[in-house]
Design a protein around this ligand. Structure first.
Ligand code: EPU
Length: 334
């Protein structure tokens, strides 16, 4: 079937923030051939390209996007013993649900993280003590310079905290991801929220299904309902030198931090925003900070991208002024 490239497509409905203007060109790709053809189209017209998954971690400006938005709809999940391979366009949580049913361990703590499989590898998503890269075996990506598919083994993916080679190198478009899972896993329940959940329930957790249920319950309680416009954590947790942390600890004794195993320490941005900045529940018109999680910016109705950005700017300046810590955005701006 010929590729169906649309013009002037509103992007807001394709994002979980529900804001933003039009894409000059827009296409859904369901095969690698579609993807290659789309890239040639953009090249012929000298257009920039933006790769869209399920729009759960982006903020589109009111001006929209003047290039070609390629929505990745590459599907398919295959099981080969404990190796699971999924198309970049698969919904992340559906893959998690599936592998839990197959009794495969490794990604259950990442239950209910929004987005697609492609996004999960580009972003190296993380939650409750687990990161996607812990179980990623390899990633297949289209290199738009050579137009060839290339396989990247985990060590070649340059994974870091919300980082990967696919995020840094815009010539690489993820088409599928393989995960090496295990049939004999152990529950990972050291993360504060998860530990508390099971302590309260007074049960010793043993099955994958129980963990998935716990994570789903914790996230549902803490995160806004899917109908509310949000892009998850808006800022990254900042990484600072231990010396800076020690100084902050004197000023803010309750400060939450996670040692990185080197001379740096990851601070909880949510804690800083909540306890130092008192940002929970603050609203500027329809743009606001979620009342139960200071890291989550919310579009309560008709907020524009500019209003959300202005609120984020205000929060960043406030934390910088009070702690000298710079918060970096996790959400991708378009
Ligand atoms: N906290 C506060 N006030 C708040 C929110 C949290 O004091 O308003 C405290 C909590 O009590 C906790 C600490 O801050 O001790 C950390 O909070 P939480 O466990 O909710 O985690 P987070 O750092 O805010 C990160 C990820 C999330 C992931 C959770 C759970 C980042 C930027 N965010 O959030 O990922 O789900 O941990 O593991 O790393 C995402 O990236 O979009 C995302 C949702």
């Amino acid at each position: 079937m010929a590729l169906h490239i649309l013009e002037q497509v509103p992007l807001a409905p394709f994002t979980t923030m529900h804001v933003g203007g039009n894409a000059r060109f827009f296409v859904r790709v369901k095969s690698i051939e579609d993807l290659q053809e789309s890239i040639l189209f953009a090249r012929a017209k000298n257009l920039s390209i933006f790769i869209l998954g399920s729009g759960s971690n982006i903020l589109v400006s009111g001006d929209g996007y003047s290039g070609l938005v390629i929505k990745i709809e590459l599907k398919g999940i295959t099981y080969e013993n404990s190796r699971v391979t999924a198309g970049a366009g698969e919904v992340w949580d559906e893959v998690v649900r599936g592998v839990v049913q197959y009794n495969l361990w490794g990604i259950e703590n990442l239950s209910l993280v929004p987005g697609t499989v492609g996004g999960a590898s580009v972003q190296n998503i993380g939650a409750y003590g687990v990161e996607a890269c812990d179980t990623i075996f390899s990633v297949e990506a289209l290199d738009t310079e050579t137009m060839q598919i290339k396989t990247f083994l985990r060590k070649e993916c340059e994974f870091g905290y919300r980082e990967s080679i696919f995020k840094k190198n815009k010539n690489l478009i993820v088409v599928s991801v393989s995960f090496e899972l295990t049939e004999n896993g152990v529950p990972r329940v050291d993360y504060e929220d998860v530990k508390k959940y099971f302590e309260k329930k007074k049960v010793i957790v043993s099955t994958l299904v129980e963990i998935r249920e716990a994570i789903v319950a914790i996230r549902t309680r803490k995160m806004p309902a899917p109908s509310i416009g949000t892009a998850g954590s808006f800022f990254k947790n900042p990484i600072v030198e231990v010396s800076q942390y020690e100084a902050l600890k004197i000023q803010f004794p309750g400060i939450k931090a996670y040692p990185q195993g080197d001379s740096t320490i990851k601070l909880s941005a949510a804690w800083l925003l909540d306890h130092v900045g008192k940002w929970c529940g603050v609203r500027r018109g329809d743009a606001g900070v979620y009342e139960k999680q200071a890291l989550i910016l919310v579009n309560y109705g008709k907020a524009t991208a500019e209003e959300i950005l202005s609120l984020a700017h205000e929060m960043r300046c406030d934390i910088k002024e009070k702690t000298n810590v710079l918060l970096e955005e996790e959400v991708v701006m378009l």
